[in-house]
Design a protein around this ligand. Structure first.
Ligand code: GDP
Ligand code: MG
Length: 279
């Protein structure tokens, strides 16, 4: 019917706009003290994402025991700026009775939605609302024990066999308890999505290792951890699944995490809030 319209030029325009504006991405890490959360956050910033600047972190005390610590880096690649913020939750789950340990975390997530909603409702709303909504939550599971969370911390302390067995058990627990983890099947958009996400679902929970040291391996400097079996290379997929986690968060699924946050979770909050009134 029509000849060449040139719609694809819109992609260039969108790209140029995004490049100019940059974007925000917020990850929260949750788990007991000593599981290596802070180390993994540092590993994430040190691994193959180049850093441009680091804003001093803020700290917010949200209960007697759980604090929220946030670190932001502006990462720039090929002219695109990403403000990556990681919110750490030291003290989470450290009490004897952890029945209510979710509350401060849940409250924080909800508060960010409320802040966003208020900004949207201003008559003269800002063109770009600062986005502090949590796009992804990474749960740390001790490499011993039996609670249900989807990354296995300090995986270097397990043998390969133990790791596989542990993974199986966690997957059974998740299923048995109806705990749905990302990426969820019902949000797969097409066959291609499904294929990619099935691969991730099959390997969840990722067995991760973090480090603050570099080691010399075959003449190269690599991020690694010395163990009795030798050096575990953090970014080597034959050694652990840190790279899978990083790729999921920062490379392959970043935009999807932002979309799901905005169109599913925030949208549910917004509809509920506007029909039922303030919390
Ligand atoms: P957080 O309390 O969860 O933030 O834990 P930290 O990052 O402070 O780490 C606690 C301790 O565990 C430190 O001594 C780290 O060196 C160590 N650690 C961190 N990541 C790993 C890991 O992947 N494997 C092992 N074996 N130890 C780790
Ligand atoms: Mg810590």
């Amino acid at each position: 019917l029509l000849g060449y319209v040139g719609i694809e030029a819109v992609l260039d325009q969108m790209r140029r706009k995004t490049m100019k504006a940059g974007f925000e991405f917020n990850i929260m890490v949750v788990g007991q003290s000593g599981l290596g959360k802070s180390t993994l956050v540092n590993t994430l910033f040190k691994s193959k994402v180049s850093r441009k600047s680091c804003t001093p972190s803020y700290e917010e005390k949200i209960s007697k025991t759980v604090r929220l610590q946030s670190v932001s880096h502006v990462i720039e690649e090929k002219g695109v700026q990403m403000k990556l913020t990681v919110i750490d939750t030291p003290g989470f789950g450290d009490q004897i009775n952890n029945n209510n340990c979710w509350e401060p975390i849940e409250r924080h997530v909800t508060e960010q939605y409320e802040t966003y909603l208020r900004e949207e409702q201003h008559v003269n709303r800002r063109r770009r609302i600062p986005d502090t909504r949590i796009h992804c939550c990474v749960y740390f599971l001790p490499a011993t024990g039996h609670c249900i969370v989807p990354v296995i911390a300090k995986a270097d302390t397990l043998t390969i066999e133990e790791r596989l067995e542990f993974k199986q058990r966690i997957r059974q627990d998740l299923l048995a308890n109806g705990i749905r983890v990302y990426p969820q099947k019902e949000h797969d958009e097409d066959a291609e999505d499904r294929a990619v996400n099935d691969r991730i679902r099959e390997s969840i929970p990722f067995a991760v290792v973090g480090t603050d040291k570099e080691h010399q391996v075959n003449g190269h400097k690599v991020l690694g951890r010395k163990t009795k079996w030798g050096i575990i290379e953090v970014e080597n997929v034959a050694h652990c699944e840190f790279a899978n986690l990083r790729d999921l968060l920062i490379r392959s699924h970043l935009q999807d995490l932002k979309d799901v946050t905005h169109h599913v979770h925030y949208e549910t909050y917004r509809v509920q809030r506007l029909t039922e009134g303030p919390p």
